[in-house]
Design a protein around this ligand. Sequence first.
Ligand SMILES: [Zn+2]
Length: 179
Amino acid sequence: MNILKWKYCPFCGSQDITHRANYLSCTKCDRGMYENVSATCSIALYTQEGQVVFCERAREPHKGKYDLPGGYVDPDESGVQCIAREIKEELDFDLIIDDIKLQMTAPEVSPLGHDLYTQFLDLNFIYQISQEDFKKMKALDDVASIRLVSFDELKTVELAWEHDKLAMQMLQSQLDGKR
Ligand SMILES: [Zn+2]
């Protein structure tokens, strides 16, 4: 929302506004609003062999770079409901709800072009798949293509988001601990 850049009260149009941290208040109409972050979900769909499904982004921001599948949480949706919906929309694949595990959460900023941006908190999940599962997946919606990436290959792939790098580090150390 970038309310720190706003010059007019969004309720009454007055210029008599003040900003304090992430809060905008209007002296004229006595209303105010917070700049809260949005919620997103992402998921590391990983194989027993230590590969993870990455998506080539078909749209801006970060078009052409790779990320874990996921997206913005809709109103009235839980994190698990969101990621199950996103995986159906983007990969035409049905997740088993009880097998979706929350791994970590991390804040990040998404550029919207010009000088605008969205601040969001990503909820990162993990979920084990088989090679057969991957073969059933299709690149749909805002995904240009999909591929399996091993932890070793990861440094050769241009990733869109810092939170995906953190999620992969965490998943790798967890899987290494099991071996
Ligand atoms: Zn006002």
